[in-house]
Design a protein around this ligand. Structure first.
Ligand code: NI
Length: 185
């Protein structure tokens, strides 16, 4: 089932999300729905707060970029209770977008390596260092679980530049190819 994506201004996007347990009701279906919603919206990652649930759950699909990045063929994973332990490596700038902030792309500087812990779909624990593009996507998505959005990382000047666009998103005056749930209509 396709889920509407909560957009910038929705309070749930600013909340600290809670860890879940394996008996969370309808978890398997929710993960399937998040993958379907992500695919329809042409994104690479989706965090549960973006569909209105304040829980620590993220889906990442890098299979969609396999034409340019064959190493990501078949890469579709759900991350349960993920936490960033530390980041290091060089700072790299790259354009980012967010399904909750349609129509805006901005360059964001992030560490190239990240140490993460999480449970997979079978609730098996993982503790690993990740680098490169996946490290970026993880930092973007896992930030959502702490109420942080990528625009928070921008300079004051860049924030000023996109202020009116963000305001338009808050009031729902934005065109989008997927279903959104703005804070006002
Ligand atoms: Ni995002």
């Amino acid at each position: 089932m396709l889920l509407p994506i909560y957009t910038y201004g929705q309070p749930v996007l600013r909340k600290q999300a809670e860890d879940i347990t394996s008996d969370y009701p309808g978890l398997g279906q929710l993960i399937d729905d998040m993958f379907e919603t992500l695919g329809k919206a042409d994104g690479v990652g989706l965090a549960a707060p973006q569909i209105g649930k304040s829980i620590r759950l993220v889906v990442i699909d890098l299979d969609v970029i396999k034409d340019d990045n064959p190493e990501f063929a078949g890469f579709r994973h759900a991350y349960i209770n993920p936490h960033i332990i530390e980041t290091d490596g060089e700072m790299v700038s790259m354009d980012e977008g967010c399904l909750s902030i349609p129509g805006i792309h901005e360059s964001v500087k992030r560490n190239n390596r990240v140490h993460v812990t999480y449970l997979d779909e079978n609730f098996q624990p993982h503790d690993e260092w990740v680098e490169g593009f996946l490290a970026r996507v993880m930092q973007h998505e896992f930030d959502h679980l702490d109420g942080v959005m990528y625009v928070d990382h921008l300079s004051g000047l860049r924030k000023q530049m996109i202020k009116s666009k963000l305001k338009a998103i808050i009031t729902g005056k934005v065109k989008c190819t997927y279903r959104i749930k703005p804070v006002k209509r």
